[in-house]
Each structure stands twice: as structure tokens, then as C-alpha cells.
Design a binder for this molecule. Sequence first.
Ligand code: GTP
Ligand code: MG
Length: 314
Amino acid sequence: MSNTIQWFPGHMHKARKEIEEAIPKVDVIIEVLDARIPFSSENPLISSFRGEKPVVKVLNKRDLADPEMTELWIAHLEKEQGVKAIAITTENISEVQKITDLCRKLAPNREEMGKNIRTMIMGIPNVGKSTIINTLAGRAVAVTGNQPAVTRQQQRINLQNGIILSDTPGILWPKVENPHSGFRLAATGAVKDTAMDYMDVAFFTVEYLKEAYADRLIARYDLDEEMPETDIELMEAIGRKRGCLRSGGRIDLHKASEILINELRNGTLGQITMERPEMITEELVNVAIEAELKKEQQIKKKEERRKRYLRNKR
Ligand SMILES: Nc1nc2c(ncn2[C@@H]2O[C@H](COP(=O)(O)OP(=O)(O)OP(=O)(O)O)[C@@H](O)[C@H]2O)c(=O)[nH]1
Ligand SMILES: [Mg+2]
């Protein structure tokens, strides 16, 4: 099992280049994050393009996230210079419209000069970028869909209110180094089905839910008061409740995994946030340690190869 998600197809590679080229003519970046995973849905490529540009961080799909956690995340994100954060759901038009107010606040000089504010909407796949554009435009100008990689090309729209908006294809990055982030991106629907393993993702998810939202699991899957001790037992219990059986009465864990992930994605499990601000530091430290270990191993291997070569030469 590979525990890093790698999904960076050709169209994302192209989109990344095109975004990078267009950036100099952008006044405000609108980065759309998934309110359920504000840390893992932050694309490191976008912070590398950003430079000093102001950014509106939009935590979309707040209807699916834990409201208390969303508040913590907003405060956390706004600690960064030049960043304004807002939580929205595209079901609420007035919330979506607040994005343009924030753009105006972040680029006051453009309006003073009587010029349009040029904005570009960016973010991971399937986070709701095109839906936001359609809501702001008041009509269906961009194609949307409940799967990643729907938008394939940049598209520019003049909102006729002093704001120009460009839609861009959702992009991930070549390698998601933090395995936890990879699982969360997959669990929330940013990764194509064929690039993930439902069982791996479900086991990761259930382990977190057991700790953070045990009551939801108990209520939804009608589990006995006592939570099963291991993740396998828990997934088996979910499968049993849902009749995911194979011949001989064995539980079909793959099917149970699909059910759990789908119910998490569409909100049937309730409002759930998959990460908290205080988890970040530890995870980043672990990623750094892992990278350091890998580097050491590579150096050791190289040294061994060199020694072997010298021995053979003698
Ligand atoms: N629950 C919920 N779903 C949303 C919200 N906003 C968008 N969606 C859904 O999310 C899915 C993806 O929306 P899109 O607008 O196509 O996402 P995108 O970011 O443009 O995706 P790509 O073009 O593939 O990168 C659609 O099924 C939308 O209906 C929201 O606030 N809440
Ligand atoms: Mg789109």
C-alpha cells in the first residue's frame, strides 16, 4: 500500500503553468478551501505563486463542516499577512457575495484608479470554484459537477460590478507528502476514485471519527453503546449493519468502506471537520522527520554502493 496520494495528471500540469503565467495580472487571489479540511486543502503551489498578492481564503462547503471548528480555522488563517478568510456555502447567495466585498477591501487602490479588480479563483479539485463563479455571475457560466477535474480551462468573466473573475481548473500538487492530508483529500472528494483506495481511506477516516465524533458513528450505524475496540471491528460492525456480506457470511469491507466515505462526503454523518489547527505542527514535524530519514537512507545506500564498487575493483 502506498500511503501518499499522487494525482497530478497532464491537464493539472498545464493548468499550473497557465495560472503561473496569468498571476502577474491578478490583483486578488481567491483561494477556495474545503471547510472540512482547511489545512490539507491549502495547495502549496498556490502559496508559491502568490508572492505578496492579497488572498481571500474561502472556506466553502461550510454546511458540511463542524461550525465550531470553522470558527477556529478562520481565526487561524487570518493570522497570515494579507489574508482575509470567510466561511460560506454556495447554497447561501448573500454569503457568496461577501467574497467580492473582501476583494474590494484587499485592493482599494484599483477602485481609486477607476479600474476593475482582477481576481482569480483557485483551489483543489471539486471544492466548488465553478459553483461560486456561477453564483456570483447570477447564471450558469461555468460547468460544475460532483467529481474532481470538471473544469479543464481558464475562463474569464466580467461581473459588471468592477470585478473580473477567472475560473481555473482544480489542481493538486505532484506529491502530497503528508499521508494524513492525502487521506483527507481523498475522503472529502478531491481525488479521482481511480487514484485512491477506498479501504485505506475508510480505515483512516474511521480511526479519526472514532476519536473525534464517536457519537455520530454510534447514532448513524446504530452501534451498541460500546465502541468496537479496533478499526477492523468497527468497519465490520458498519458493514454488518448495512448488509455488506460476502458468501459464507464474511463482511465485504470494501463495500462498507464505500458506504462510510459516501456518507461522510454527502453530509449524512453530520457536520464533520477532519482536522483541527493544533494538529498541524505535529504533522508537519513528522513529514520533516520522514523526509530527513529518507535522505539519510539514500546517503547510506550510496555509500554502500561506493564501498561495494571499491571492493570489487580490488
Ligand atoms: N454541500 C455543498 N456542496 C457544494 C457547495 N459548493 C459546491 N458544492 C458541490 O461541489 C461539487 C463541485 O462543485 P464545482 O463548482 O464543480 O467544483 P470545482 O471546484 O469547480 O471543481 P473542478 O472544476 O473539478 O476543480 C458540486 O457537486 C457542487 O454542487 C457547498 O457549499 N456545499
Ligand atoms: Mg470547476
